[in-house]
Structure formats: C-alpha cells, structure tokens
Design a protein around this ligand. Structure first.
Ligand code: ATR
Length: 293
C-alpha cells in the first residue's frame, strides 16, 4: 500500500479526459479550503484493472466520466441507492481497499434547475424553498442515453411530469418504464408546440467536434420555457443559442458540472465546498476557451 505523503489524491477517470474542466474547478476548491489535495485527469482503458491500482497508489476519490459510468458499478463493493436507481455512477470514494459508488449527476441537475425554476415558477416552491407536491409542471427530455437517466431521476425527485423524445424508440421505452415517463418519437416533435415548462437536451448533437446544429424544433421553445443543455462544450450549444433567440430562460451545462462537482467534493471530504470559488474557476476556464460567455 502506498500513501501519498504531501498531498491527498483525487482525480477524474474516463476516455478521453484531456479537455475536462474538473481539474481546474477541484484544484481551486482545494486551494481555497487550504487542504493539501491534488486532482488529476487520467485516461484509463480498463476500469476493473485500473481502479484498484489507483486505490493502491493512494487515490481517495474519483470522478467517473464517459464511457465508464455504468461499468464502475461492477468495480464498487457498495453502491448508493441513487446510483442503483439511475444504473450509473459518476463518483467513487475509497475506504481501505474497497470503493463505494454514488451518483451526483442528478444532484447537479436539481441544483442547476432550482434557481431558475424558483424565479420562473415560484408557485412550485414552499417559502422554505422546498418543491411542493401537485405543482403540475411538465418537462421534455430529448435523448435516452446515460445523461438522460440522471436527468429523469432528478425530475422525478422534483415531482415534474416528464416526456422523453428519442431517435431510437426502444431506448426511450426502457427509460419511460424505469422512471414512469411518457414517450414521444423524436420525429413527432416537429408537430408539437411550446407546451412544456422545461426542455432538457441530453444528446451529444451540438457538442464540440460533432454536428453544429440542433435536433430540437424551434416551435417548442418560447418565452416562459426553461431550456437546459447537459453539454458544456461549447458554452453556447446550438440548442441554447436557438432557445435564447426564441426568448427562453437558459441553463448552461456548466451549471450542472459545477453542482455535481460540489456534491462530489462534499461527499469525499465531509465539509462544505467553496461554491463561488469553484464557479469562478469554471467561468475563467470557459472564457479562456470560448471568449466572452
Ligand atoms: P450519454 O451517456 O452521454 O447520454 P449515450 O448513452 O451514447 O451518451 O446517448 C446518446 C444520446 O444521444 C442517445 O439518446 C442518442 O439517440 P439514440 O438512442 O437514438 O442513439 C442521441 N443521439 C446521438 N446522436 C444523435 C443524432 N444524430 N440524432 C438524434 N439523437 C442522437
């Protein structure tokens, strides 16, 4: 067993991870807290082999990103209820030689949504800021991959009735069954109108390096609709750009990145994360990459 002597070790594992903004955000948080920790981005190819190795080297906590969020469930000896229900984990915490898996992506979605929803739909919330039952708000989720699963779990926790639209119907059906949502084939969206309070885009279309267009028809977007993208590269995805032009309230993917990271750090360290510092670090990194936000 190796124990790092000067700094506690944390990191993100995935493939690819070179462009991850998590190291900037997490290392700035550790500095602000004044604790000697280092957070690295590590590309791995074999979670079953590589995660125990990272544990033996002394890593205490790992963020997990694409494509390993499902596979890490088989490496963990304990899996928290949220990760079981979502069927994926984005966080690992080590105790001795065993790992516990948790999902903080859904917490990221809830936290990213909360502020804008409180402003746009105050009737949804109690004076204490709790989501009230029977608020009858409706969401449309576009996509049925791993990101959509965390989004659907989050929406269910807020009592928001959800419709899933996806290109491949079987994948949407499985998700609808799991999270009690309604189903809509993606090509039927072009006949729909702006009747959803919230539209969340979860597909990879519009991500940097992929198609520079959106599969979301403009007529479902308009004033009073909150539009959120889980993609944070680029900051202004084609979907969010179109939504802004149509007068929607906008929630960027970086808001979810920030909030899931805050929840990770608090789970690893058992202390409050310096949210404003982490947000500043993210915004600076996004500005360096994309210019003005
Ligand atoms: P992630 O885990 O990041 O969500 P994923 O599991 O590969 O990634 O899911 C990708 C999602 O993007 C899926 O919903 C996929 O639709 P299919 O289920 O039909 O494959 C959607 N997607 C990707 N490219 C798409 C495209 N060109 N048009 C429509 N949907 C697309």
């Amino acid at each position: 067993m190796i124990r790092p002597a000067q700094e506690r070790l944390f990191g993100v594992i995935g493939r690819p991870v070179a462009h991850s903004l998590s190291p900037v955000m997490m290392n700035r948080a550790f500095d602000a807290l004044g604790i000697a920790c280092r957070y690295l981005a590590m590309e791995i190819t074999d979670p079953t082999h590589d995660i125990p190795l990272l544990g033996a080297v002394g890593f205490e906590g790992l963020s997990v990103t694409v494509p390993y969020k499902e596979e890490v469930l088989t490496v963990a000896t304990q899996v928290e209820d949220d990760a079981v229900q979502i069927g994926a984990a984005n966080t690992l915490k080590r105790t001795g030689s065993s790992w516990t898996a948790k999902n903080t992506d859904w917490i990221g979605v809830v936290q990213a949504l909360r502020g804008t929803m409180q402003t746009t739909y105050p009737e949804m919330f109690s004076p204490m800021g709790e989501v009230l039952p029977h608020h009858s708000k409706r969401a449309l989720v576009i996509g049925a991959g791993g990101a959509a699963r965390a989004v659907c779990f989050a929406l269910r926790s807020m009592g928001i009735h959800t419709t899933i639209a996806n290109r491949t119907l079987e994948k949407a059906e499985a998700l609808c069954e799991r999270f009690h949502c309604d189903l809509m084939p993606l090509d039927h969206l072009s006949q729909a109108d702006a009747s959803w309070h919230l539209v969340i885009h979860t597909t990879s279309v519009g991500m940097e390096g992929s198609h520079n267009h959106t599969i979301v028809p403009p007529q479902i977007l308009g004033p009073g609709v909150i539009a959120m993208d889980v993609v944070y590269t680029p900051h202004w995805t084609p979907f969010l750009t179109a939504a802004k032009e149509r007068g929607c309230e906008i929630i960027h993917g970086s808001a979810m990145l920030l909030a899931q990271g805050v929840a990770q750090l608090e789970w690893w360290l058992g202390m409050r994360a310096p949210i404003e510092t982490m947000q500043e670090a993210l915004e600076e990194a996004l500005k360096r990459r994309y210019g003005a936000l």
